[in-house]
Design a protein around this ligand. Structure first.
Ligand SMILES: Nc1ncnc2c1ncn2[C@@H]1O[C@H](COP(=O)(O)OP(=O)(O)OP(=O)(O)O)[C@@H](O)[C@H]1O
Ligand SMILES: [Mg+2]
Ligand SMILES: [Mg+2]
Length: 557
C-alpha cells in the first residue's frame, strides 16, 4: 500500500506531500474528475436563471444570454504556492523572487500547506465535493512574465468540484423584491500566478516584475448559469465576501487579489449555446457588469447584422466602455497540458481514513478544516435578521460595506438602544456621512463607542433626536470630545423642568397671539407652528411631546 509522507520544505511550517510508491488510498474508491463535459445539458437551476434573464432590450427578446465566470483569487499566505518567497503587495520589483520562481534549472516545487488548506476551506464553503486525490499539470504558453514557459495548475483532477453558490438579487419594477438564485460551481483548482509585464510605451520596452510569479491562486470556475452583468457582479461580490470571511483570500480587487474572466454567449431559445467570447482580467465589479452587458449587446448586433461570433479573448477598455480583441491572444491556444512530473498527487484525508501512525499535524484532514470553518456571510445575514429583527436588505448593506458589520456589532455591545434604532443610525446617519465624505469605515472619525454613547443619551431621553444629529455632527469634527461633553458644553439636554417649560410656552403664546387665535379657530397646522416656536425659543431643548401636551391643556376651552 502506498503511503504519503509530508516533507518539511522551507522554514516556516511549509510541507510537501511526497508520494513514495505512486498509489493512493481512498475510502470509497477513486474520486471522479472535474466535469469537463458539454455545458448543454444544464440543470434546472441554469435553465431557471436563463428564463429570468434581464428585461429584453430592443431585438433581445429573440436571444438568451449566457454568462460563465472564472474567478482567480490570490490566496492569503505568507509565502508562494511552491516556493518560500514572501508574498507582499507593492514590494520593490523583483525583490520577492526565489530561484524556483525564476525557473532556474534544478529547482523543485515544494507545496505550501496553507494554500491547500485555503482551497479545501473554499471548496467546503461552496458546497463542493473535495477530491481526496488531486493532480498537478503543466499548462504551456509563452509570455515574458512566465519564466518557465508553463503554469502549474490542476487541469485533470482539481482539488474541489461540483459545488454551488447562492446569491440574492433585487427584481420587480421598483427592485423591491429579493430573489435567491443558485449558480453551480464546476471546479476549484490550485494554480500559480504569473509575473507582471509593465509596458513602457515611451521607450518601447517591456519590463518584467516576477514578485507575483508563483503566488498561490484559487481558480473558481462557474458553470454558465448566469445571464447578465448584474447577476455576475452579485455572484462575484458574494464570492468575495465568502473568501474574506474564510481568510482564504483578501480578495481586494483594487490590488489584483481577485480577477475575473467573463465568458459570454447568446443563442436563440431552444438552440444549443452560442460561441463564447472571454473577456479577461476584469478587476472591478463595476467593470465586470459593464463589460458583460456591452459584450451581450455587441454579440446580438453582430449576429443580427449577419456577422458571426469568434471564439476569442477580449479585454475591457473602461475608458471607452467597450470590449476589444486582445492582440496577444489571437487564434486558438494549444496549452499542451501534461502532468507535472515534480509534484506527486495531492492526497487529503478524512478523520475516518487517516493513515495508520500518521502525525495529525502532517496530513491534511478535511473534517478538521470543516469543523473550523467560520460563520459564512449568508449565515451572518440570517443571524442579523433573526437576532435583531433587521430587514434582509439592511443585513446585505451591513455586510457589503467593509468593516460596517464590525462597527455595528461594537455599537450594539455598548448601547441599550433598540437594535432597529441602532441599524437606522448606522445605515443612514453614519454611512450617509461616510459616503458624503468618501471615507471608508476604518477612516471614520466617529468610533463605535462614541456612537453608542450618543445613542444611550438619546435612549435615556437626555437629548432629542434633532440634538442627537447635532452631536453627531460635532463628533464628526473629531475634536476628541465625547457625546456627553458636547451635550453639556452646548446645553443640548432636553428641558426636564416642567415649570420652566410651562413658562416658555406661556411666553411664546404671548409673543404670537395670531398663531394662538388660529389654533383656537381650529386651524390644525397652528399647533405645529406653536410647538416649533417654543422649541426654537428653547434652543431645541424642549421635548415636542411635552410642549404639545402643555399647549393643548392651556388652549383647551
Ligand atoms: N457557451 C458558453 N457561454 C458562456 N460561457 C460559457 C460557455 N461555455 C462555457 N462557458 C464558461 O466558460 C468557462 C470555461 O472555463 P474553463 O476554465 O473551464 O476553460 P477555459 O476558459 O477554456 O480555460 P482557461 O482557464 O485557460 O481560461 C466556464 O466559466 C464556463 O461556465
Ligand atoms: Mg479557466
Ligand atoms: Mg477561461
Amino acid at each position: 500500500m502506498a503511503a504519503p509522507i509530508l516533507r518539511r520544505g522551507f522554514p516556516g511550517g511549509r510541507w510537501a506531500l511526497v508520494w513514495i510508491h505512486g498509489g493512493c488510498r481512498h475510502r470509497n474508491g477513486a474520486p471522479t474528475g472535474p466535469t469537463h463535459g458539454s455545458t448543454r445539458g444544464r440543470s434546472s437551476v441554469a435553465q431557471q436563471s436563463l428564463q429570468t434573464a434581464q428585461k429584453p432590450r430592443k431585438g433581445e427578446h429573440k436571444w438568451e444570454t449566457v454568462v460563465g465566470l472564472e474567478v482567480h483569487a490570490q490566496i492569503s499566505s505568507n509565502s508562494k504556492l511552491f516556493s518560500g518567497s514572501k508574498v507582499c503587495f507593492a514590494a520593490p520589483p523583483n525583490s520577492l523572487v526565489s530561484f524556483f520562481d525564476a525557473s532556474l534549472p534544478g529547482t523543485l516545487p515544494v507545496l505550501n500547506r496553507r494554500c491547500v488548506e485555503a482551497a479545501v476551506m473554499t471548496g467546503l464553503a461552496l458546497n463542493c465535493r473535495i477530491n481526496k486525490k488531486s493532480l498537478f499539470d503543466r499548462k504551456h504558453y509563452f509570455y515574458a512574465d512566465l519564466p518557465a514557459g508553463y503554469q502549474i495548475t490542476q487541469q485533470r483532477l482539481p482539488i474541489a468540484a461540483q459545488g454551488s453558490l447562492k446569491y440574492s438579487i433585487c427584481t420587480g419594477q421598483r427592485r423591491s423584491q429579493m430573489v435567491t438564485k443558485t449558480v453551480r460551481i464546476k471546479q476549484i483548482q490550485l494554480e500559480q500566478d504569473s509575473g507582471k509585464s509593465l509596458h513602457d510605451d515611451l521607450r518601447c520596452q517591456t519590463l518584467v516584475d516576477l514578485n507575483r510569479a508563483g503566488v498561490g491562486l484559487l481558480e473558481v470556475v462557474l458553470e454558465p448559469d448566469l445571464c447578465c452583468g448584474e447577476e455576475a457582479a452579485t455572484v462575484v461580490r458574494e464570492l468575495q465576501l465568502i473568501l474574506q470571511a474564510l481568510g482564504a483570500s483578501q480578495a481586494n480587487m483594487a490590488e489584483g487579489q481577485l480577477r475575473v474572466d467573463a465568458n459570454i454567449s447568446v443563442h436563440h431559445p431552444g438552440e444549443p449555446l452560442g460561441v463564447r467570447t472571454e473577456v479577461k482580467n476584469l478587476n472591478s465589479i463595476r467593470f465586470l457588469a459593464k463589460a458583460i452587458d456591452y459584450e451581450i449587446q455587441r454579440q446580438i448586433s453582430e449576429l443580427e447584422n449577419g456577422g458571426e461570433i469568434l471564439n476569442e479573448t477580449r479585454s475591457f477598455d473602461h475608458k471607452l466602455g467597450c470590449t476589444v480583441p486582445m492582440r496577444d491572444k489571437e487564434g486558438e491556444q494549444d496549452y499542451r497540458f501534461m502532468p507535472e512530473p515534480n509534484l506527486p498527487p495531492l492526497v487529503l484525508y478524512d478523520t475516518s481514513c487517516l493513515p495508520a501512525g500518521a502525525d495529525p499535524q502532517q496530513v491534511i484532514n478535511i473534517d478538521r478544516i470543516r469543523d473550523s470553518l467560520p460563520e459564512l456571510p449568508s449565515v451572518t445575514r440570517d443571524r442579523l435578521v433573526g437576532e435583531y429583527g433587521m430587514l434582509p436588505e439592511h443585513s446585505f448593506v451591513l455586510l457589503n460595506e467593509v468593516g460596517l458589520l464590525e462597527f455595528f456589532q461594537n455599537v450594539m455591545k455598548e448601547t441599550r438602544a433598540e437594535p432597529k434604532k441602532v441599524t437606522n443610525w448606522v445605515l443612514n446617519t453614519f454611512l450617509g456621512y461616510l459616503k458624503q465624505q468618501n471615507l471608508a469605515v476604518s477612516e471614520s472619525p466617529v468610533t463605535p463607542s462614541a456612537l453608542a454613547e450618543l445613542l444611550n443619551l438619546l435612549d435615556r431621553k437626555v437629548i432629542s433626536s434633532s440634538a442627537a444629529k447635532q452631536v453627531f455632527g460635532e463628533l464628526c469634527k473629531a475634536e476628541g470630545k465625547t457625546a456627553t461633553q458636547i451635550v453639556s458644553e452646548q446645553r443640548l439636554e432636553l428641558m426636564q423642568d416642567r415649570e420652566e417649560l410651562e413658562r416658555l410656552c406661556h411666553a411664546t403664546m404671548d409673543e404670537h397671539p395670531q398663531v394662538v387665535m388660529d389654533m383656537k379657530g381650529g386651524n390644525p397646522r397652528a399647533i405645529n407652528k406653536l410647538i416649533g416656536l417654543v422649541r426654537r425659543a428653547s434652543l431645541s431643548r424642549a421635548d415636542p411631546t411635552v410642549i404639545k401636551e402643555i399647549l393643548e391643556r392651556k388652549l383647551s376651552p
